[in-house]
Design a protein around this ligand. Structure first.
Ligand code: GDP
Length: 410
């Protein structure tokens, strides 16, 4: 498979959740439905994905790579692992630093829990556009609407339902898409079960119309064109509505809310569509800023393949005895076998190999460019937090409060 050609199709996302809300299950289902993970086990039987991280598997944690790549329709989705710890670890901060958007996973019974608040606030600090996925709709006590309210109340966010559930608890069947006004239902609960999209059953029509109205009202408040059409009772097309929701989500004026049950394999495909529709590409977020190592001048790097290189190492792992450095490339490109300049070391380092991490395999790339997040083999002395750049465009990317400080020039 070739690398994505179109940067506007890249989605660098994190999945954030309170422990036990279902982050692992949601991630596994995403990998399954995007067709990259051909083998899937129950979360805690330790057999799913990532065959090369044995110790992590022994603990039953499946999604442990710093980043996992998958493809859904035309979107290239890179899932950045965002550790769900309560503590403000450097690791969490770094993950938030390199992603462009995130999905908050919440339990339909518990709604927002104290731990989800912590992670949410961290994402606020990094100005990360977000969607919310209310998981576990099949559980006794599941209440989509209450979970939504808790997002508003406890996270001071503006949750906007773009779906409503069809039933709840053991009668949860699927979702109604409030943009297309179709009902999406899963007939069985096994993996790979196809879903059907069709007209809304009479029993749910009133509910759907009520919430469609609420959706239009909410979007109108954030978008003048939609407001005008809404007040004028003109038709609003699905594409127009989608574009307005996308823009508002990227501005962080709203959090689109979806629901499902990852365990019962319901709601994942529409969630994948929503990632492409509503979360930003690297082009939709502000250009990364850095500091010139000598002059202290603030430099900006646009997400352009032909621009000067600016990449940040956000995690270093040892895999099979080799050092693997994970880097987000903000601008420019790197090539396998090429050199990069590390301004902290004040020297060049050689890249021997560039790897794209899939759920169950690693793919060698000849090159990687702006928007990509890849594993690099061969950087002997670079450490987490270091910038990689061109020697004629030296830069330290933004400092991270909790990371080791940028090396100061004496
Ligand atoms: P994480 O700690 O957020 O990664 O959560 P996990 O994905 O490990 O899920 C925690 C527990 O909730 C596991 O026992 C899952 O099987 C279960 N779980 C996950 N999703 C659902 C769901 O949609 N419905 C139900 N009933 N249980 C779920």
């Amino acid at each position: 498979m070739s690398k994505p050609k179109n940067i506007s199709k890249i989605r660098n996302i994190g999945i954030m959740a309170h422990i036990d809300a279902g982050k692992t299950t949601v991630t596994e289902r995403i990998l399954y439905y995007t067709g990259r993970s051909h083998k899937i086990g129950e979360v805690h039987d330790g057999e799913a994905t990532m065959d090369w991280m044995q110790d992590e598997q022994d603990r039953g944690i499946t999604i442990t790579s710093a980043v996992t790549y998958c493809q859904w329709k035309t979107a290239s989705i890179q899932i950045i692992d965002t550790p769900g710890h309560v503590d403000f670890t450097v690791e969490v901060e770094r993950a938030l630093r390199v992603l462009d958007g995130a999905i908050g996973v919440f339990c339909a019974v518990g709604g927002v829990e104290p731990q989800s608040e912590t992670v949410w606030r961290q994402a606020d600090r990094y100005k990360v556009p977000r969607m919310a996925f209310i998981n576990k709709m099949d559980r006794t006590g599941a209440d989509f609407f209450a979970a939504c309210d808790s997002i508003r109340e406890k996270l001071s966010a503006n949750p906007v339902m773009i779906q409503v559930p069809i039933g709840a608890e053991d009668r949860f069947q699927g979702v109604i898409d409030l943009l297309t006004m179709e009902q999406i239902a899963w007939n069985d609960e096994t993996l790979g079960a196809e879903y059907t999209a069709g007209p809304i059953d009479n029993a749910f029509r009133e509910l759907a119309e009520e919430y469609r109205d609420k959706l239009l009202e909410a979007v109108s408040e954030l978008d003048d064109d939609i407001m005008e059409k809404y007040l004028g009772e003109e038709d609003i097309s699905v594409d127009e509505l989608r574009a307005a929701i996308r823009a508002a989500t990227i501005r962080r004026d709203m959090v689109p809310v979806l629901c499902g049950s990852a365990l019962k394999n319901k709601g994942i495909q529409p969630l994948l569509d929503a990632i492409e529709y509503y979360l930003p590409s690297p082009k939709d977020v502000p250009p990364v800023k850095g500091e010139h190592p000598d002059t202290g001048d603030i430099l900006e790097f646009k997400p352009e393949k032909n621009g000067p290189l600016a990449a940040l190492i956000f995690k270093v792992s040892m895999i099979e005895g080799r050092k693997l450095s994970f880097a987000r490339i903000y601008s420019g490109k790197i090539a396998s076998g090429g050199d990069v300049f590390n301004p902290a070391l004040k020297r060049k380092e050689k890249l021997s190999r560039i790897l794209r991490m899939h759920a169950n395999k690693r793919e060698r790339l000849d090159e990687a460019s702006a928007g990509d997040i890849v594993g690099i083999v061969g950087l002997k002395n670079s450490v987490t937090g270091d910038t990689l750049c061109n020697p004629d465009h030296p830069v330290f990317l933004e400092k991270m409060e909790y990371a080791q400080p940028v090396i100061s020039i004496a």
